[in-house]
Design a protein around this ligand. Structure first.
Ligand code: FDA
Length: 304
């Protein structure tokens, strides 16, 4: 299970200052983050596309406390859509958006307006948008904004976290025609009152959610690197007679890259590509997910 101390550190400004000030961190960050600017991200996307992989682009940033910063994030997405269209990278591409980066905690209407502009620009570029899901306090607001966005942009998708106890009900509501849902285990530290705590419980909840989505009439997006989950998804698709184009697998950039390429041979496979200077929170969640990543990170300090 994700390391709770590292998840707490992901939200600590003191730790952020410490970790981001060390130049050596950069090399480890590069494993999970495509680069600090759009040019670096497009290089990575070109390479992935060459291997038959689709992408969803995440302009890094979260927990925005200022309106100007929220608008800068919106503009970064608009610039990305324009560049993707111009460079012919838009076909089948998606953008992943964190509403907290668009001002959700400041003013929900601001986040909605920014998200709406992002969706309009994505639509013009022939791309789609998926809302990331953040900690459990934001789920109601995110689903409400999703509903409003879908009234105009019915292709907007959302990530749903299997670890949350409420999720089974949310998935039943979302498993309808045209609904794009990315099922993930959940990357945030959550109390037992709202979330399953142990890996076996979370994995079982994931499989229950997967069944609901695969049996429904929406478009399931299986966001997991877990080999057992992938096997179960393939078995469910076969049992339910779901054609390969009616669902997709998704994994994060830098994690199980060979498996991403293997799956792409017979399935739709999408890679989540984060880029931008504000990589700290994303990077710390990746460290928290796997103790070996932390060891790798620490070794990079002592081996120099
Ligand atoms: P699990 O954690 O059980 O890992 C299975 C195996 O995958 C591990 O044994 C290891 O081999 C590999 N692995 C997993 N994480 C790794 C890591 N960090 N480094 C190296 N190897 C690793 N969460 C969220 O709360 N909101 C969101 O919007 C999203 N969005 C999202 C998009 C996509 C495309 C993916 C794949 C994931 C997310 N997540 C997310 C993160 C998700 O909630 C979860 O934390 C991670 O995917 C890890 O869970 P797994 O399902 O991979 O299984």
């Amino acid at each position: 299970m994700p390391n709770p101390l590292l998840l707490a550190a992901a939200r600590s400004d003191r730790m952020r200052g410490l970790v981001t000030s060390v130049p050596l961190t950069r090399g480890v960050v590069d494993r999970f983050v495509a680069g600090e600017d759009l040019e670096a991200a497009t290089g990575v996307v070109r390479e992935l596309a060459g291997a038959g992989l689709r992408v969803t682009l995440d302009h890094l940033g979260e927990d925005t406390a200022e309106r100007a910063q929220a608008e800068a994030t919106r503009d970064a997405y608009l610039a990305m859509f324009a560049a993707f269209e111009e460079q012919g990278l838009n076909d089948g591409a998606d953008a992943s958006v964190k509403l907290s980066a668009l001002g959700q905690a400041l003013d929900e209407d601001l986040a909605f307006d920014n998200a709406s502009e992002i969706c309009a620009a994505a639509g013009r570029a022939g791309m789609t948008v998926t809302l990331d899901m953040e900690d459990h306090t934001t789920v109601d607001s995110t689903l409400e904004i999703l509903g409003k966005l879908r009234a105009e942009f019915p292709w907007v998708g959302v990530a749903i976290q299997a670890m949350l106890r409420r999720t089974e009900g949310d998935l039943r509501d979302l498993a309808h025609e045209g609904s794009r849902v990315r099922l993930v285990k959940g990357a945030y530290a959550e109390p037992a009152s709202v979330a399953y705590q142990g890996k076996p419980e979370i994995d079982r909840a994931y499989v229950r959610g997967l069944r609901t989505l695969m049996a429904g009439s929406g478009y399931p997006m299986i966001g997991s690197h877990d080999p057992r989950i992938i096997e179960i998804a393939q078995a469910l698709a076969a049992t339910l007679g779901r054609p390969a184009e009616s669902y997709e697998f998704q994994m994060l950039y830098g994690i199980r890259a060979a498996e991403q390429r293997r799956l792409a041979e017979a399935h739709q496979m999408r890679v989540y590509v984060p880029y931008g200077a504000d990589w700290y929170g994303y990077f710390m969640r990746r460290l928290a997910e796997r103790p070996a990543n932390l060891a790798f990170f620490l070794r990079s300090f002592v081996s120099r």
